[in-house]
Write a protein that binds this ligand. Structure first.
Ligand SMILES: [Zn+2]
Length: 300
């Protein structure tokens, strides 16, 4: 079955400035990898729409959204040391959240989906941008899924950084479970195993440089713990490809084949629930392309 891949041209427009690792070429690398001729029968392209204000306000405060829009419309500026908006960043943020929503709709209709989201989202808090992230796309997607009749949502985050924003947004809500494996201690500093939310948070903090099969095994064990007695209605994967060996912002040793293995293993564990991947980090273009390709093939 072809996998719906949801994209939006505006995700390219966000430009945090020269030399910034979260650059527009990232989304181009992902889309180009998925446009390869040998994937023509694997990928069904779907252009997404912009998210609405109501959809964002399920996750973020009105004042924060107003401030983001105002900053971009005024020409852009820095939100913190590494999170910067350009004039078109607000449109890109609406597009990324809309892509996440579209990927959920496609995934529910067709069993699997992938959203080419940029800027990434998992560090964004209800009222604060951080870590290159403006809108928490995966939580916007989870809230949308719940309104579409998928009450239990599992989020699995394999980005090399802890998704502090995602955790903060769901940690008091037992209808969403969050599993994250991440380098620790490392940016942003959160994600200790003792952070359990209301029993719905499953953190797997790990040092850099372990054998890749250790990371593969340990994240699967955490997913097993999260779904034991709690079959989810939807799995959202925060697919960050900065956990691949060689990424400049992380020290994990994973290969693209490991992400394919995870994707297949997760699908088997949550079946018949749909599985939807959303792009988070990944800062070496060739690795990002290989990882996205492996993940989408495994969704097919
Ligand atoms: Zn990351």
């Amino acid at each position: 079955m072809p996998v719906p891949v949801v994209f939006h041209p505006a995700t390219r427009l966000h430009n945090p400035g020269p030399g910034h690792p979260e650059r527009p070429e990232r989304i181009e690398a992902v889309l180009a990898a998925l446009r390869a001729p040998d994937l023509a029968a694997t990928v069904a392209w779907v252009e997404g729409r912009l998210a609405t204000r109501d959809e964002l306000e399920r996750v973020h405060t009105t004042g924060y959204l107003d401030a983001l829009e105002r900053l971009a419309r005024g020409g852009g500026g820095a939100l913190d040391a590494d999170t910067v908006m350009s004039r078109d960043s607000w449109d890109a943020a609406l597009a990324a959240a809309g892509v996440a929503i579209g990927a959920v709709e496609q995934g529910i209709a067709r069993g699997a989906g992938f959203g080419a989201t940029r800027p990434p989202g998992h560090h964004a808090l209800a009222g604060r941008a951080m870590g290159f992230c403006l809108i928490n796309n995966v939580v916007v997607a989870a809230r949308h899924a719940q309104r579409l009749g998928k009450p239990r949502v599992l989020i699995v985050d394999w980005d090399v950084h802890h998704g502090n924003g995602t955790q903060a947004l769901v940690e008091r809500d037992p209808s969403i479970r969050y599993v994250s494996m991440h380098q620790y201690p490392w940016y942003p500093g959160t994600g200790a195993a003792a952070e359990r939310g209301v029993g719905n948070v499953f953190n797997v903090p790990r040092p850099p440089g372990l054998a890749r099969e250790v990371y593969v095994r340990d994240l699967l064990a955490a997913v097993d713990a999260a779904v034991a007695g709690w079959p989810p209605d939807l799995l959202l994967v925060s697919a960050g490809f900065d956990s691949l060996a060689g990424d400049p912002l992380g020290g994990f040793t994973l290969e693209a084949a490991d992400m394919a293995q995870w994707t297949s293993a997760f699908r088997a564990r949550v079946a018949p629930a749909p599985v939807v991947g959303l792009l988070e980090g990944g800062y070496r273009l060739d690795l990002l392309a290989a990882g996205a390709r492996a993940h989408v093939r495994a969704l097919a």
